[in-house]
Ligand binder design. Structure first.
Ligand code: ADP
Ligand code: MG
Length: 435
């Protein structure tokens, strides 16, 4: 509501919105009038009918009484009985709209319950290793007729991170939701340490952390939000999650620190602050897999670096991370970057449309599904990667980030890389450039 009013004021839409609202109100009044007309017609008809029947009854009774066939007492009794007998019918006519509403509500409840069958009792599985396998995954939003993710496959070993880039509406968030177990697959599978996500039942939240694209915080303290409102949360774990995701100092800067009261939706916090709290929430309790959907959309340079450090730390603990993002900076710690093409993640450093930069240099053919880490020699401390052919001294060395940037740029059609923002900003700005 508040966001809506800001948009209206900011864009000078007041007059248009007021006249639209007036038109809608006029239409509503017209309909109300016709409803009340119809209601009046029904109740007048039923009352007329009742009075007519009662008069007929009295008339007939009087005629029979004059004939001497019934006593006047019977005539009165019959008229009272008829009135009582007609009352429920009249009531039913009056209450018909609420009866219809009840029927409609029952129908929609039945549909909802049929769509979400009760969770069966599941055997509790042990804590999984962070081995993620996605096979021929098909995911569609609930109720949608088309599946934005069709036949996706990927595999992540413990200690690996994958980035997912791609144009808007290419199915990145849909894939992220399926990886986090929010949406069930229509086909194929997402397995964590060999078991499908739904086999973890209620315990899945312990093993998978999720940062949705639209961050939602709940009414409560920052600490409660980070601890996912778990009643037996330890303060130590909360602070640990915030420290690992670089949000500790930011939270201490809030009034009351970890006990800062978040209002519903987190309205009193900036977008970046909300995102960093939500990131700590995703990493809380060291889940095996952390899925983040555009975690850097509101982050400054510090925040983006904190994100990279959080991913690095998580990898070192043997966890896996999937990051959906538009900026190269978010992929700094990713072992492989995928691009969504026709509903499938295709490795960005390889694939049809994105001629593999690395392999163009090395002259080798692309092998599908090969993680960049294995294909490319591990980068040295300086972030430089030696292309295989470089060993023979024929190719200049290229940083892994540059390779990915070039490959992503080919697919998304963005032009120019270095120097796009002028020589003064150079490579650092390039790292945060939206695709
Ligand atoms: N809740 C939803 N209901 C219906 N359609 C949806 C829903 N969420 C996403 N979609 C559709 O799925 C497609 C992919 O969306 P999404 O995965 O959010 O794309 P991306 O994150 O790559 O921008 C879009 O065409 C979008 O309209
Ligand atoms: Mg999205």
């Amino acid at each position: 509501m508040r966001a809506g009013s800001e948009t209206v004021q900011g864009l000078g839409m007041q007059d248009a919105v007021v006249s639209r609202s007036r038109a809608l109100r006029g239409e509503m009044l017209d309909r109300l009038l016709s409803i009340s007309d119809r209601n009046g017609l029904f109740s007048v008809t039923s009352r007329t009918l009742r009075l007519f029947l009662q008069s007929m009854m009295l008339g007939l009774g009087a005629w029979l009484a004059i004939q001497g066939q019934v006593t006047p007492g019977i005539m009165i009794a019959a008229s009272i009985l008829l009135g009582r007998a007609l009352a429920p019918i009249e009531q039913a006519v009056m209450q018909w709209p609420s009866f219809q509403r009840t029927l409609a509500a029952r129908r929609s409840l039945a549909t909802l319950l049929a769509e979400t069958p009760p969770e069966p009792d599941r055997t509790e599985l042990p804590a999984p290793r962070a081995l993620v396998e996605v096979q021929n995954l098909v995911v569609a939003p609930p109720g949608a007729k088309t599946a934005p993710v069709r036949g996706a496959s990927l595999k992540l070993e413990p200690g690996q991170a994958a980035g997912i880039a791609g144009p808007s509406a290419s199915g990145k968030s849909t894939l992220a939701r399926a990886l986090a177990g929010v949406w069930r697959p229509y086909g194929g599978s997402v397995r964590l340490d060999g078991a499908e996500l739904e086999h973890y039942g209620d315990t899945l939240g312990r093993y998978v952390g999720y940062l949705p694209q639209e961050v939602v915080l709940f009414e409560g303290t920052v600490a409660q939000n980070i601890a996912r409102f778990s009643p037996d949360a330890s303060d130590e774990d909360v602070v640990d999650a915030a420290k690992r995701t670089g949000g500790h100092e930011m939270i201490l800067g809030l009034q009351g620190g970890y006990d800062f009261q978040v209002s519903a939706g987190g309205a009193a916090l900036s977008g970046g602050q909300r995102q960093r709290i939500a990131m700590a929430r995703a990493f809380y309790g060291s889940p095996a897999l952390v899925v983040m959907d555009e975690p850097d959309s509101n982050l400054d340079a510090d925040g983006t670096m904190a994100l990279a450090r959080a991913v690095e730390g998580h990898k070192k603990r043997g966890g896996t991370v999937v990051i959906v993002a538009h900026r190269h900076g978010a992929f700094a710690q990713c072992d492989i970057v995928y691009l969504m093409e026709n509903g499938r993640p295709v490795p960005a450093t390889s694939g049809r449309s994105s001629a593999p930069v690395r392999q163009l240099q090395s002259g080798r053919r692309y092998r599908p599904g090969q993680p960049a880490r294995q294909a490319v020699k591990k980068p040295a401390a300086g972030g430089k990667v030696a292309a295989p052919a470089e060993a023979a001294g024929s190719v200049r060395s290229v940083s892994r980030e540059e390779q990915m940037a070039a490959a992503i740029a080919r697919v998304t059609g963005s032009r120019g890389r270095a120097g796009e923002r002028g020589p003064a900003v150079g490579a650092a700005a390039n790292r945060d450039r939206p695709l």
